[in-house]
Design a protein around this ligand. Structure first.
Ligand code: HEM
Length: 408
């Protein structure tokens, strides 16, 4: 840990041995593998104060699996309300629900969505997910090569969320363009502008359904009729739920898919095993999601506490990087090795009351993608001389994934 002179980004109560003098985003990008790059933090303290966690702003970061787990599960110490890091990049009028709420309100917001994300509801979407998967692959299968991120992984979760929410299908291309800007825009302003455009669009979309009295989908009908205890949800709450639902399953899914397929393209033994034994694919997905966590959800310190011997003050921001938790050698032997027989208990989808509501949908998307790719492509591989390109901002995800294969 660096010793340093006091500055605005390091409050007095933070012990010098917990201060970490790097940009977190740059640190993850230093090697050609963000998981190995992040793994270097496992040699240090479990709780660090990063002077530059994001956009030059400081935050606590929990680096170990057990601490990330407690960060998710212990709502008394760690609140889900919006923290300074998010305040700096998000319009204060926008809500993100249910994720930025605590008990007792949280359960009411979540209740609105729950029926649409049960294993049974997701099972009913199997045909729709399969058809979408096949149609995207149809577009490039005969070529024997593709750029998997732009031709599959980024389109797939978007097309699905458009269909689940009942958004107009002709908007898909526009959503893809806005999201591309939100992740890769050349300036902070351009990135925020793209988020604004999506938000404005969804606000109009909601108002138009309220005016017409004709919700675009069963899920939209449930959200529009949602209750907070004995009152209807207000406009900001409705928009907060719709906006989160729209964005929550996009770059998480596409980033996970990218890392998984990239890994698979380098492990031909595993490809053969899963092709011959598709019943092992769910176990593989469990292990892949352990190893390829992509997000770092936030908490704030709920009250002044001493945690792991470190004093923390109410309101301070905390990041819970699932990609550090999943590679912690204290929790997983040989954490950088993929072993689909490991049966890991991981926190890539969170844990506790905010556990990812889309977990069954996400796993179903990944299972159908893997089954279909393995059935339709043999000897999936990376082109020779391939260079890895990825981003390490909100989520860690691949920017490009060129693939080659043989036809069966
Ligand atoms: C591989 C894909 C995904 C990953 C890794 C992922 C990860 C997570 C994590 C870690 C959380 C917990 C956040 C927290 O505790 O603060 C979460 C919450 C959430 N996720 Fe996902 N997610 C994925 C896919 C999806 C999908 C497909 C949807 C829906 C379309 C979705 C919707 C949500 C929602 C609404 C929440 C908030 C739940 C609450 O606060 O009660 N996610 N997700």
């Amino acid at each position: 840990m660096a010793t340093m002179t006091p500055d605005a980004n390091v409050p007095d109560h933070v012990p010098a041995e917990n201060v970490w003098d790097h940009s977190f985003v740059d640190f993850l990008a230093e090697l050609d593998d963000p998981y190995l790059a992040g793994g270097r933090l496992h040699d240090g303290p479990g709780v660090i104060w990063a002077r530059d966690a994001s956009f030059g702003m400081p935050s606590w970061i929990f680096t170990q699996h057990s601490l990330v787990m407690e960060g998710f599960a212990n709502a008394r110490k760690f609140s889900s309300l919006r923290g300074p890091l998010t305040e700096a990049v998000m319009n204060p009028d926008w809500m993100l629900l249910p994720v930025e709420s605590d008990a007792p309100f949280h359960q009411h917001y979540r209740h609105v969505l729950r029926p649409f994300f049960t294993p049974e509801s997701i099972a009913q979407r199997h045909g729709e997910i399969q058809t979408l998967t096949e149609s995207l692959i149809d577009a490039f299968i005969e070529r024997g090569q593709c750029e998997f991120i732009s031709e599959f992984a980024s389109i797939f979760p978007n097309a699905l969320v458009v269909s689940i929410m009942g958004l107009p299908k002709e908007m898909l291309q526009q959503f893809l363009e806005w999201e591309e800007l939100a992740i890769h825009g050349s300036s902070h302003a351009e990135q925020l502008g793209a988020g604004n455009a999506i938000h404005d669009y969804l606000r109009d979309f909601i108002e138009q359904q309220q005016r017409s009295g004709e919700p675009a989908s069963e899920m939209m009908a449930a959200i529009l009729a949602g209750q907070m205890e004995d009152r209807p949800l207000n406009q900001d709450e409705i928009l907060g739920i719709v906006y989160l639902l729209f964005i929550a399953g996009l770059d998480t899914v596409f980033s996970s898919m990218g890392w998984i397929v990239r890994y698979l393209a380098t492990d031909h033994g595993l490809q053969d095993r899963l092709r011959t034994n598709p019943q092992d694919i769910p176990a593989a997905i469990e292990e892949f999601t352990r190893a390829f966590g992509v997000s770092a959800p936030s908490r704030i310190v709920a009250e002044d506490i001493v945690f792991e011997g470190v004093p923390m003050k109410k309101g301070e921001h905390i990041l819970l990087p699932t990609y550090l938790a999943g590679r912690d050698p204290r929790a997983f032997e040989n954490p950088h090795v993929i072993d689909i027989d490991r049966k890991p208990r991981h926190v890539t989808f969170g844990i506790g009351s905010h556990l990812c509501i889309g977990i069954h949908l996400a796993k179903s998307e990944m299972r159908i993608m893997l089954e279909t790719l393995l059935r339709r492509m043999h000897n999936i591989r990376l082109p020779e001389g391939d260079i890895i390109e990825y981003h390490t901002s909100n989520t860690i995800g691949l920017d490009r994934l060129p693939l080659e294969w043989d036809l069966p």
